[in-house]
Design a binder for this molecule. Structure first.
Ligand code: GLN
Length: 367
């Protein structure tokens, strides 16, 4: 027996659908992702913590869920909205359905929603708060619940609590974990790096003690301005080691260098966002998931240079520091899910790291 579920938006719109996953009530910011595949990576990307995600592709779950496709230890979305969810996946790698996965983690799903209508509302009004429920509570009472502020400490919730190593014999990289996807870790370990994963509030001194050869600032959920300790740490350590920022890491790098960030109307979430690299004029198709952006005008009076822009709306997609080996991108070069066009950025970072290591050795030899 399928149970009825409702999705209520803060503007009063009510979507009636069927419940799948957990029969829980959950609030969150309602966002849409345009990926045709990659739902498992979306569900487990910690950057979605606090958000109710709707997939614009009309059938989700066809290839099931596999142990090997998670992007973190567990799903982090606060709710999942689909047109149709597949109850009988067809894939030899599949171990369970999305419904059973969501149930395991107490996350509600709602199916049979007109996701085109929902997406149009979000595109017209901008991102809205929403609530998924299987209760019969009147809409007014649910709208009242939506007035309370949403979670703001997502980064502290999803980040590791302690430092831990992922040993390798290559350059030592401190990966500051604001909610890092496994894909980033995979790209580093594939290149032989000796990775030390650090909590979001690691201090500059703690990083120095690790004697790294480079720093990678990860992706993560929420507003970059809600992580002031990280901005402070970056300001202190900037210029000492090569630095690469991805998504939230890019926004924090920008804030640390004196630029500003703002919220986009409805964000960029999907696997086919065209981005132009200004130095070559090349266009890369990128994987994206962000609601905030670096304000282009604010870059002007800083030591940063805009390196990439989004072709859909002209917003900032990449930054390079004019004096130091430090750069960042708003999109996801680790893909997972999405195209690998931008994978070369990890090689670029490692080149900077190698140059740094050589310089350090030369310096030591003269001491
Ligand atoms: N994937 C990310 O790192 C997202 C960054 C930030 N939370 C945003 O929404 O813009």
């Amino acid at each position: 027996m399928t149970k009825q579920a409702r999705l209520i938006l803060e503007d009063g719109t009510v979507f009636i659908g069927t419940s799948f996953g957990a029969e829980e009530e959950s609030r969150g910011e309602v966002v849409f992702n345009t990926g045709i595949t990659g739902y498992q990576e979306v569900l487990s990307d910690p950057s979605y913590c606090g958000q109710i995600v709707t997939m614009t592709y009309p059938m989700i779950g066809n290839y099931g869920v596999s142990r090997d496709d998670f992007e973190s230890i567990r799903p982090f979305v606060h709710g999942f909205v689909v047109r149709e969810h597949c109850e009988v996946p067809s894939n030899w790698r599949s171990e369970q359905t999305i419904a059973s996965l969501l149930k395991e983690y107490n996350i509600p799903g709602i199916a049979e929603v007109d996701t085109r209508k929902l997406t149009r509302i979000i595109r017209q009004h901008g991102t809205l708060k929403g609530i998924i429920t299987t209760s019969d509570e009147p809409v007014e009472a649910l709208l009242e619940k939506l007035k309370a502020p949403l979670m703001e400490d997502q980064v502290a919730r999803v980040s590791t609590k302690n430092l831990f190593p992922v040993p390798g014999r290559g350059p030592r990289i401190v990966l500051v974990d604001f909610g890092a996807k496994y894909g980033i870790l995979r790209e580093l370990t594939n290149r032989g790096c000796d990775v030390i994963v650090a909590p979001y509030n690691v201090t500059a001194d703690e990083i120095r003690r690790i004697r790294p050869d480079g720093i990678l600032l990860s992706n993560g959920p929420g507003d970059p301005k809600s992580v002031p300790e990280a901005i402070h740490m970056i300001q202190e350590i900037l210029g000492e080691y090569p630095l690469f920022g991805i998504c939230l890491g890019h926004q924090l790098f920008a804030l640390a260098c004196g630029a500003d960030t703002e919220k986009l109307k409805f964000g960029h979430r999907g696997g086919n966002h065209p981005v132009k690299e200004l130095s070559t004029g090349r266009t890369h198709i990128t994987s994206q998931n962000h609601g905030y952006t670096v304000t282009a005008d604010s870059v002007m009076n800083t030591d940063l240079e805009i390196s990439h822009i989004a072709l859909n709306d002209g917003t900032v997609e990449g930054l390079t520091h004019k004096k130091y080996a430090a750069f960042s991108v708003q999109y996801h070069p680790e893909a997972a899910p999405g195209p690998y066009d931008s994978n070369y950025l990890f090689d670029h970072f490692l080149e900077q790291v190698t140059t740094f290591v050589k310089g350090e050795k030369a310096h030591a030899a003269t001491r």
